[in-house]
Design a protein around this ligand. Structure first.
Ligand code: AGP
Length: 608
């Protein structure tokens, strides 16, 4: 997720663009830049690092005169956060400059086409294909060039365009990434969200997918995807800046829970093209994969639990043993690692000290490493040869949600890709699994939509005592993460137990009124866990069960049931974690906890 802004009016654009970018810094902050147009010449200034670096370089905009311009604050997805990769990007002829929020899924083929036609690329970004397409299609008609360019793009984009031939004009284009127009007096704006507008105007036009707009100081013209002028309603922005940063949600954590369908789609869609999985940043050949004797997954916290959930898919599909180890244990153990080991490192931040140390230990023993991280250019990403980014966008809440589900989704993708590469899947099974993967974002959305009773359930099951989370196999893996969510944001003690283990001791803890969350979503073993529901209820527990929509048997056993859409059991954890995230969120809200910044916790544990 990045932030884009645009301005055209009688004032100097640069200071206004910089102020707007400061308000969008929560959306991405690893590099930033602005472009302004004066007397038919576009000048650009861009730097890696925070907006403050850009303010310093431009003397708060004083050394960049011009009355129209665009700006960008970046959360890197393709290409490390460097000056070159920062936006805005320029066309070869210097006539165009653009900023972009989103992911161009077909950028590789466009880059090949444009390179073959002689367009010189400077950056590693997907975005740069846009500005060269504009140059290629421009014949004096800016609107036509914009339409031809966007007709070639697949993926999500909010784009700002500056053209040296059209001083005072800025273009804004929206497809699956938010873009709002601000209406001023003798000046007009665009921005990724209203936080960058409210200092100047509260009159806004919300572009919809497929629409684009031409802004001059006097006029805003909105077009539909056919280039026909359309009338759009003017909305009044009532949000405060703080509320706007959270997208209107009370906490970043709830916003990020709700963002998961889009985040998981961002992680998966660019890697599934024409019914084929393409991992362009994973170099293992069929022989490399067949040479793997063991896979070790190492991480901390929720990332470790994502590994526990992904293990089942990798073992089942790739027929390779998977050993999931806590990084803080692995680094001090006697890891049985050699050149036949593939180490998979999971980390949202890419900066977790224990994970880095464990990774280095395994690398010294000859392991080859695949890192699955969210932050482009993070320490872990820089230390390995193969990195699959999760492209979840910045995760602000300390308690991870979209970080976990995107990590897990990429593990599933890897499992299917590796199994197919090793020729372990029939073409029919490969396609079926690809369809399952492609359905995950929608299944997560359905899960969010189906479960509106979570606040009431959280009140009922949040008794203040310790909570049991029980399940088997993939259900148990989800229970591990669900229990951690409850602990770290509501401060209620919660433990996940392999359901089959209850009779080996822990059932002694079940007393009258004990809350038990029973995960019964893996259809192969749900019946076994339902037997455990009977056992704990016989001892006075109240049971909230998670089950797949249509499973009516569980209704006879549990006090309450949360239904989720069905997925292949191998992938089920990524959906069943959603209600557990919400259960923890509403319990924490009930307890009056600081949800986005839980006590004693930090977002990235960069020390041992
Ligand atoms: C998750 O909600 C916690 N904030 C924590 O367990 C986190 O998952 C762990 O510290 C690992 O962080 P990383 O993914 O950035 O490496």
């Amino acid at each position: 997720m990045c932030g884009i802004v645009g301005f055209t009016g009688k004032q100097n654009a640069a200071p206004i663009l910089l102020e707007g970018l400061k308000k969008l810094e929560y959306r991405g902050y690893d590099s930033a830049g602005i472009a302004v147009c004066k007397d038919g010449v576009i000048s650009v200034s861009k730097v890696s690092g925070r907006i403050a670096n850009l303010c310093e370089k431009t003397e708060n905009g004083a050394n960049m005169p011009g009355h129209s311009g665009i700006g960008h604050t970046r959360w890197a997805t393709h290409g490390a956060p460097t000056d070159i990769n920062a936006h805005p990007h320029m066309s070869c002829d210097g006539r165009f400059s653009i900023v972009h929020n989103g992911i161009i899924e077909n950028y590789l083929e466009l880059r090949e086409e444009l390179t073959a036609k002689g367009y010189a690329f400077r950056s590693q970004t997907d975005t740069e294909v846009i500005v060269h397409l504009l140059e290629m299609y421009y014949d004096g008609d800016l609107k036509s060039a914009v339409m031809k360019t966007t007709s070639r793009l697949e993926g999500s984009y909010a784009i700002g365009v500056l053209c040296a031939d059209c001083p005072g004009t800025i273009m804004a284009v929206r497809e699956a990434s938010p873009l709002i127009l601000g209406i001023g007096v003798g000046e007009n704006f665009f921005a990724s969200d209203v936080t960058a507008l409210v200092a100047y105007t509260r009159n806004a036009i919300y572009l919809d997918d497929g629409e684009f707009a031409e802004l001059t100081p006097e006029r805003i013209t909105v077009y539909d995807c056919t280039g026909t002028v359309i009338q759009k309603p003017v909305s009044r922005i009532t949000w405060s800046v703080e509320a706007a940063e959270k997208g209107g949600y009370e906490h970043f954590m709830l916003k990020e829970i709700m963002e998961q369908p889009r985040a998981v789609k961002s992680a998966l869609a660019p890697r599934i093209q024409n019914d084929q999985i393409q991992l362009d940043d994973f170099s293992f050949t069929k022989e490399d994969l067949r040479g793997i004797k063991k896979i070790v997954v190492t991480a901390c916290g929720s990332a470790y639990y994502a590994g526990c959930a992904g293990k089942y898919a990798i073992e089942k599909l790739c027929h390779i043993p998977v050993d999931v180890q806590l990084a803080s244990e692995l680094r001090y153990g006697e890891p049985q690692i050699d050149s036949g080991t593939l180490l998979i490192v999971l980390s949202q931040s890419g900066e977790t000290a224990d994970t880095i140390a464990a990774m280095k230990e395994c690398q010294s023993l000859g392991a080859r490493v695949l890192a699955i991280v969210n932050v482009v250019g993070s320490t872990i990403a820089k230390l390995v040869d193969n990195t699959l980014y999760t492209w979840a966008g910045p995760e602000i809440a300390v308690a991870t949600t979209k970080g976990y589900t995107t990590q897990l989704s990429v593990l599933y993708l890897f499992a299917v890709y590796a199994a197919h590469t090793m020729e372990l899947l029939s073409q029919q099974e490969y396609l079926r699994l690809i369809r399952e993967l492609q359905s995950i974002p929608q299944k997560i959305q359905q899960t969010l939509d189906m479960n509106i009773t979570l606040p009431q359930l959280a009140k009922k099951y949040n008794t203040g005592h310790s909570m049991f989370y029980i399940g088997r196999n993939t259900d148990y893996a989800a229970a591990l993460e669900g229990a951690l969510k409850m602990k770290e944001i509501s401060y209620i003690h919660a433990e996940a137990y392999a359901a089959g283990e209850l009779k080996h001791g822990t059932i002694a803890l079940i007393d009258e009124g004990q809350s038990v969350i029973a995960l019964c979503c893996n259809r192969h073993i749900a019946e076994k866990t339902m037997n455990n529901i009977v056992e704990v209820k016989a001892r006075g527990a109240q049971v909230l069960a998670l089950a797949v929509k249509g499973d009516r048997a569980v209704l006879a056993q549990a006090d309450d049931v949360i239904y989720i859409p069905g997925l292949d059991p191998l992938f089920q954890s990524v959906a069943e974690i959603i209600p557990l995230q919400l259960l923890a969120y509403y319990a924490a809200k009930e307890n009056g906890c600081d949800i986005d910044k839980p006590k004693n916790l930090e977002k990235s544990v960069t020390v041992e």
